[in-house]
Design a protein. Sequence first.
Length: 713
Amino acid sequence: MSGASDNVSSEAKGGPQAECVYGFEAALGRERSSSWIDEVATALTKVMVVRTDSKVTTFGAALELISRDRIPCLPEAAVLIHALSIDGLMDHNDLECDQRFIVEVCERNLPEVAQFTGSTDKRQTHDKLALLAGAHDRIVASLRPLSAVASDIDGIVASRQQILSALNNGVVKAYCGPFDVQQVRTRVDVVIKKVTRLAKETETFWDDLSDAESYLRDQRAYVDQSSSFLVRQFFEPFVVAASNAIEKIISSTRGRAKTNVTARTVAGSALQKRYPLHDVGRDISLVIPLRSAGPGVALNLNVRAEYDRNQLQIENELLALGNVVPGDFAAVFVAKVLSASTGAELMITVTWDEAGHAESREVIFLIEVNAQSANVDWASLEYQHPYSTDVAKGEAFVGRADQVKALGNRMLRQPMEPFFVSGQKRIGKTSLALAAAEFARAHSPSSIHVQYLLWGKIAHDDPRASMHELGERVASFIKQTLPRETIIPELTFNGSLASLTRLAELAFEVRPDLKYVLILDEFDEIHPELYQQGNLAETFFANLRALTTCENLCLVLVGGENMPFIMDRQGQKLNKLIPFRLDYFSRDREWDDFKTLVRKPTEDSIYWHEDAVSEIFNLTNGNPYFAKIVCSSVFQNSVREHDADITLQEVRDSLASNIQAFDVNSFAHLWMDGIHKPPAEREPDVLRRSRTLVALGRAVRRGGNVNLASARP
């Protein structure tokens, strides 16, 4: 056959005897000429002579020796059967022999073929020889599904079972063993599997297509190196059909195979991220953000960087990123700063292939790299904690400007308007109340005195003791503001706070220019007997109501999500208190405040890009407590890495490296707060909530939609 090679593939080589077998196959495949029959006869003779270790030199003598000495020779038997199928070959003068030896060698070494043809039955030698001469054509007839497969994916997939069944047939495996049947069977199976993956367009379609193309190129090379009739007559047409099927896929998806690569820069060609180019000797990772526009996959994508070698030294100037699907990606170059500068330029060349296109694509970008601030005192920042989650006071409180003003104005009105603040724990309720009080003090023509009381400081297992401590502390606070000569009547707080109302009225008479703001924090933690039905609770809330009528006193109650439960029990007595619920930051209404929360604490040293702030908001849903935790983590990483420029990537990297360090207590309020039941009855709800959150977390990790079915353990 034209194009066949006398050489054997490395996989098929098995010593001199195998070379002789493939030499015979190669001779058969050559273009027929006047000398063709002589060349084939010579090759066949060599097969037999080599088996005898060249003890004899003629075909007949070698065949007789092999038969009489019963030398195992399966390859020679297969070659003999193939030779018998060639018209006129065995009549060649060089192949003169006793035909009984041919029959004996074939029947002994290939009993499966002999039984298949019926030559093992009691027959004359010339009849047996005729049966064996027809074996080749009968056997290869069963292989026709391999060479006649359709040139499309559906046809190849549909014929898989028929093709593999033919190659797994016992007679075929026995006869074609010396002709690479095992190699062919394995390769056919792999090709069909790779083509099958292309029948459905999955997220790995373009990678699978490239892989199939590459594998079929290897198969074509294998075919070119082999002279086996099995490879040339059957496997080669199969490879051609599979290649045509792939080409049809490429043609149909040629438009969808195209893609374009762009650089994701800001302000023209500048990178968003700024780097410490002032720090000579510093190792930095230059991240070049890119985007593959799709819809196709950029195959074998490479990125090369050219730069000023006096400024930088880049270790990996050429990056091989493989196949890149549509979407954002980045090329990361590891560089060392050689000389201080305020900026650098890189010429980035991106090359890639597209399915169905012979020529590679190329695009070149000129990238500007700007320097970070060189005036950051990193040593002093190591000891700072700008994102403390403690109650923020004074300048430490940032954001919520509208809420601060609204609540501060209530304190400035005449008479003062009491209110209560509720919401999730750790959302900034206390800080807001204190900031509102500071706002009122700063804008009031009168003198405003503020007392902040945390319920935990006066809590007692005896509710009467708590009331007494509350009365004493508030009374002491008001007394300190009055002139020394003021005559103050005896005050008692045994089961009642009524004396506070009398003291507030006295203060208004003596110093009408003074105003008082009383902030009671953690009010939802008061003793149950102080809000559940009973004489003590009735008295306590009646006293609080009386205080709200004092013109010079503004009562502010602060509590978590249990506040509605308490107010439902005794709220009718405090209907003068205006409710204010504090929630997460709203992106629509409070975006500027949230940016201030993130940026202001470190505005003198670190720059937070807009996408970094947005990522923090997305991660925390605008929760100020968790936002501060994330900011603190990013800040610590920034100080450790001496990186004064924070982008979305730094936020993600920091969270990934520090998420495990977050304490469970940081999240406990999510399942412990807002249960509108007495404390003794809350535990079952706490357990149910925590287990539900754990189940939801597991469902999210598994991927897919989060619903009742996916949340089940």
